[in-house]
Each structure stands twice: as structure tokens, then as C-alpha cells.
Ligand binder design. Structure first.
Ligand SMILES: Nc1ncnc2c1ncn2[C@@H]1O[C@H](COP(=O)(O)OP(=O)(O)OP(=O)(O)O)[C@@H](O)[C@H]1O
Ligand SMILES: [Mg+2]
Length: 319
């Protein structure tokens, strides 16, 4: 359903006040993968590795710097604004923080009805009611404002809105990491149920490797804007070949003190290099326990080591 080819998203960053110079932050740097019909493809990696930017650029919420994205053989990256508007209902996004993704001045009814009105749907009342019920809410929630709802209920409203125009593909960007653990399971069960019922395809972005293992079919591991390992859940979780993937799988998530929410982040020894000035050679060599001379000089390619299992390491399979 989705094909991403050599996708790049560089953000220009202006430094200096008088002698201005522009640097490029390579948030997504030559990323390629496919997502099959009806599957869940996950992106994992530490904070800042480029997961959200990849998701947003696929939906053209960001204009790509380079590369192509196909949705059912339509080249999304080549569409005009007008053509894009026609295809947008088919591709939707669910964000991490349900409160900030809903307009606080709109009722639940208006929030869900908005896309329906924009696309000239008929019988809007009936459709909103149907959508509310499909996410486990009811008519009584329609007149409420987001701040009268719990985090879990808000996320259900965001899901109902995303489903309004009958999408085929959803980007779920940490859809439950701002929610209480007990509510997380309910929302994830709902997303799974909807996926089965409506035969949806998911791009699931998450820090939580346990959830990724449980919910996904295939996974891509990102580091500094690049995919370093890609494969089925079994290939990547049971037989990780990249040292970074191994460290991710061994790391214990800790609560993030900078965030009030229950969001957890992965912590790995050593600092992530600045994406504005990434290391030469293999971007992971500064933290890699196995790094050799070649790793400092030459960037490894993403090589297929077994069918469908790709690794970007000079020593894949040897360590
Ligand atoms: N709009 C923007 N302008 C400039 N830089 C950005 C912008 N959005 C993201 N970045 C930078 O791009 C890099 C990748 O960010 P991104 O949000 O995609 O990472 P992420 O993997 O989703 O991280 P997290 O797990 O914290 O959500 C980071 O260095 C970030 O600071
Ligand atoms: Mg993100």
C-alpha cells in the first residue's frame, strides 16, 4: 500500500545573527521501506531519530526534500495541492497528545463533523453518531468539549475524526504514550479492532518495544534519520543484527523527567550525536562497542542479509 523510496527531509537551520549561515538538519536521510496491505509497520528508535518526521512527510504534512512516496501506486510526492486534497481522506494521522490535537473550543460533535463537512458528506448527524459508537463513545459525548473528557476519551474522539472519511492508511504517532497504562490497553485494543474491521494499514511509531512486538508485523529501527535495521518482528527482535538494535532491546525505558505525562523514553549509554553534525562513517560508531577503523571512515550500506531482513553495519552477522 505504501512505498517510501529514498525519502529525505532536511530542515534548514539558520545560525548566526550577522554572518548568517544555513545548516541542514537531516531529520530523515534516505529512508526506504514498504508497508503491505493490512499490516502494521513500526518505526522505533530513540528520541530525535526521525520517526515522526518520516510519518509526517509520508502524509505530506511536510514537503519532502527528496525521494518519493507511493500510496497504492499513486505518487503522493508528485501530486498538486488539489490532487492531494482528494487523496488526503485516505491517509490520516493520530498524534501522541490527544488534548493538543483537538480544538478546545469545539464540541466533540463539531470536531468529528468538520472533515465530513469539508468533504460535503450528507447525513452528518447519523455519521457522527455511528463514528462515536465505533470508538466506544455515545451520543452523550457529542455536546462535550475536550477538557470535559479524559485522555482516553479524547484519543477516541481523535480516532473517530480520523476514521470519518474512511481512510485506508493511518499513521499512529505514539498514540497511547501520553495515556495512563490502564487506558493504553483499551485504546490499543480499539485500534486493533478497527484495523481488523476496516482492513486498515498502520504505520505505528513507538518507543515501547513491548507494544511494537505485540502489535506489529514488521519494524524499522531508526538512528539519526536513517534506517539501520529492518525486517519482520521475529527477524529484528529474536535475531537483531545491528549493535544499535541490540542495545535498544536491552535498554530499560525510564520515565522522562522533562515530561509531565507518563511518557517513557529509551536510554542508551553515550550521547546521541547532534543531527546537525552527524559523525562521519557509520553514524553509530561513536557509541558502538564493536566499532573498528572502517566504521569511522566508511558509511555502511543497508544490506539484505536474509530475505526481508536488512542491516546497515559493516559487521552484520559477525558480531
Ligand atoms: N519542524 C522542525 N524544524 C526543525 N527541526 C525539526 C523539526 N521537526 C523535527 N526536527 C528535528 O528533526 C529530528 C527528528 O525529529 P523527530 O521529531 O522526527 O524525531 P522522533 O524520532 O519522532 O523523536 P521523538 O521520539 O522524541 O518523538 C530532531 O533532531 C528534531 O529536533
Ligand atoms: Mg516523534
Amino acid at each position: 500500500m505504501i512505498k517510501v523510496e529514498h525519502l529525505k527531509k532536511y530542515f534548514p537551520i539558520t545560525k548566526g545573527f550577522i554572518r548568517k549561515k544555513t545548516l541542514y538538519l537531516k531529520a530523515v536521510d534516505d529512508v526506504s521501506f514498504i508497508i503491505n496491505d493490512g499490516e502494521t509497520f513500526a518505526l522505533v528508535g530513540e528520541s530525535g531519530s526521525g520517526k515522526s518526521t518520516t510519518g509526517r512527510t509520508i502524509l505530506r504534512l511536510y514537503e519532502p526534500t527528496d525521494g518519493k512516496v507511493f500510496f497504492n501506486d499513486i505518487e503522493i510526492t508528485a501530486l498538486s495541492e488539489e490532487e492531494l486534497k482528494k487523496i488526503k481522506p485516505k491517509m490520516q494521522m493520530i498524534y501522541q497528545d490527544p488534548y493538543s490535537s483537538l480544538n478546545p473550543r469545539m464540541t466533540v460533535f463539531d470536531i468529528i463533523a468538520e472533515p465530513l463537512k469539508e468533504y460535503n458528506y450528507k447525513n452528518i448527524e447519523d455519521r457522527v453518531l455511528e463514528l462515536l459508537e465505533s470508538v466506544g463513545l455515545s451520543e452523550e459525548h457529542a455536546s462535550k468539549y475536550p477538557d470535559e473528557l479524559s485522555g482516553g476519551q479524547c484519543q477516541r474522539v481523535a480516532i473517530a475524526r480520523a476514521l470519518a472519511l474512511e481512510p485506508e492508511f493511518l499513521v499512529l504517532d505514539e498514540p497511547t504514550s501520553a495515556l495512563d497504562v490502564s487506558v493504553q490497553a483499551q485504546v490499543l485494543n480499539l485500534l486493533e479492532k478497527i484495523q481488523k474491521e476496516k482492513k486498515l494499514t498502520y504505520l505505528f511509531i513507538s518507543h515501547d518495544l513491548g507494544l511494537v512486538r505485540y502489535l506489529s508485523n514488521r519494524v524499522g529501527v531508526m538512528y539519526l534519520g536513517k534506517i539501520v535495521e529492518l525486517g519482520t518482528i521475529e527477524q529484528v527482535f529474536d535475531n537483531p543484527l545491528h549493535p544499535y538494535t541490540r542495545m535498544l532491546l536491552q535498554s530499560i525505558p525510564v520515565p522522562d523527567p522533562k515530561q509531565k505525562s507518563k511518557r517513557r523514553r529509551i536510554v542508551i549509554k553515550g550521547e546521541i550525536p547532534s543531527p546537525l553534525n552527524p559523525p562521519a562513517g557509520c553514524p553509530f560508531h561513536t557509541r558502538c562497542p564493536y566499532a573498528q577503523e572502517i566504521c569511522k571512515r566508511k558509511e555502511p550500506l543497508l544490506i539484505e542479509v536474509k530475505e526481508g531482513h536488512l542491516v546497515r553495519c559493516h559487521f552484520a552477522g559477525e558480531i
